[in-house]
Design a protein around this ligand. Structure first.
Ligand code: ZN
Ligand code: ZN
Length: 345
């Protein structure tokens, strides 16, 4: 089968690989119909993710059809249409029992990281019963690819952890796919104000069409004072950090209102400073999280009810044969205006 393989820092190749086989009775083999590329895949390519070794098939998002199941799988059978969670969950360990699937002792984020992933014609998914979801009849496949990772990530790590409330004020720092996913899902709670902050005017323009009440280009270094002006000097109740660099975490600290919550979503590769000398008396909360994908069943219902349209995050389409071109497009988002790319296998 064809598969996109990480071959070492800065390198990848579309290769012919043997079909995956059932290794444990709880496994399923899924024939991928649609997958996508994540910012995390770009981190792997840079060599930033040491758990992902050369030779690994990348990808942790996708939908497909069950090809075969192990003897212990009871909820799925060949032919079933399924959504693959980016997080594999055994459902039994101490962390899974606390719904912290991302910390599952034998699962977590392993697809396209510690085991072969979804950017291929077929993928082996461990713990199928607790890591796959049935796709409702008539659902649009492409939209549901957004439910493998980015919508749950924006919602769980940003919106839920950030305690977005009706009438509250929210700033989302970073208007990439994850920031936009937080923007879409924050609106479930009807905040009064959602301010999007980014360096790219195109992404801010998109954010406005997605429901942002205000958009700030931070390239002039004045974003914090612009937020203060918009909020009558109070700052925001929720600041969602959706970039993962020290400067954006700093900005969140500069704009958080007393009693507010800074919800970190970004993957930080470098030390970021925490300014307790200014924040110690401000009753703030800082949260961190890796997505657990506990919200997938709820998100499937909201997509089914048309209360959210994840299709809006999709800007480009490619065939699996063209996946190197898809990486090129996704990796140069400022020039190509790419948000999420769909790859059809
Ligand atoms: Zn991802
Ligand atoms: Zn577990």
């Amino acid at each position: 089968m064809k598969a996109l393989v990480y071959t070492g820092p800065g390198k990848m190749a579309l290769q012919d690989r043997p079909k995956p086989e059932i290794k444990a009775p709880t496994d399923a083999i899924v024939r991928i119909s649609k997958t996508t590329i994540c910012g995390t895949d770009l981190h792997i390519l840079k060599g930033d993710v040491p758990t992902c070794e050369p030779g690994r098939i990348l990808g942790h998002e996708g939908v497909g059809i069950i090809d075969s199941v192990g003897t212990a799988v009871t909820s799925f059978k060949p032919g079933d249409h399924v959504l693959i969670s980016c997080i594999s969950s055994c459902g039994k360990c101490v962390w899974c029992r606390k719904q912290m699937y991302s910390h599952c002792v034998s699962g977590g984020w392993i697809l396209g990281n510690k085991i072969d992933g979804t950017q291929a014609e077929l993928v082996r998914t461990p713990f199928a019963d607790t890591s796959l979801y049935h796709i409702p009849e008539g659902a649009v496949e492409e939209a549901l690819v957004m439910l493998s990772d980015i919508l749950p990530t924006g919602f769980e790590c940003g919106v839920l952890n950030g305690k977005v409330q009706p009438g509250s004020t929210v700033a989302i720092v970073g208007s990439g796919p994850i920031g936009l996913a937080a923007l879409l899902t924050a609106q479930f709670f009807s905040p009064a104000m959602i301010i999007m902050i980014d360096l790219d005017d195109n992404r801010l323009e998109i954010a406005r069409t997605f429901g942002a009440t205000d958009a700030i280009n931070s390239s002039n270094g004045m974003a914090a004072s612009a937020v203060m002006t918009l909020t009558e000097g109070h700052g925001v109740d929720t600041a969602i950090e959706a970039v993962g660099v020290p400067g954006t975490f700093q900005l969140c600290q500069d704009i958080i209102a007393p009693g507010g919550t800074i919800a970190n979503v970004g993957v930080h590769g470098k030390k970021a400073d925490l300014h307790l000398e200014t924040l110690w008396d401000r009753n703030i909360t800082i949260t961190t999280r890796l997505v657990d994908t506990i919200s997938i069943p709820m998100l499937l219902k909201t997509v089914g009810a048309n209360s959210i349209d994840p299709n809006r995050l999709i800007t480009h389409h490619f065939k699996l044969d063209q996946i190197l071109e898809a990486y090129e497009t996704f990796g140069n988002a400022a020039r190509t205006k790419a948000l999420k790319v769909i790859i059809s296998a």
